[in-house]
Design a protein around this ligand. Structure first.
Ligand SMILES: [Zn+2]
Length: 88
């Protein structure tokens, strides 16, 4: 008797994500990032910094890596801090 109502109250069930599984997002609702030149494609690159032995905490020259994205067309660095800029 009350079976149908109980079913409705459960609502939508979400499948549990397994560890390491990526969440599927509908990119139709996402805003694509574009470069100032209008290009929408970016290449992952790595910026490498060297810290001189004088400034290094361990007294030796250090290298640090920072992943970044550059525009495929004009090679400009994608600035993540400018993503809140409204589209014109
Ligand atoms: Zn560009």
């Amino acid at each position: 008797m009350g079976e149908a109502k109980r079913f409705r109250d459960q609502g939508i069930q979400f499948k549990q994500l397994q560890p390491g599984q990526q969440i599927q997002v509908d990119l139709k609702n996402a805003t694509p990032k574009t470069c100032e030149c209008g290009c929408k494609y970016f290449i992952p690159v790595v910026m490498v910094f060297t810290v001189s032995a004088l400034l290094s905490p361990i007294g030796k020259e250090l290298t640090a890596q920072l992943p970044a994205l550059v525009c495929m067309e004009c090679k400009a660095l994608l600035n993540n801090k400018e993503t809140t800029k409204p589209m014109e």
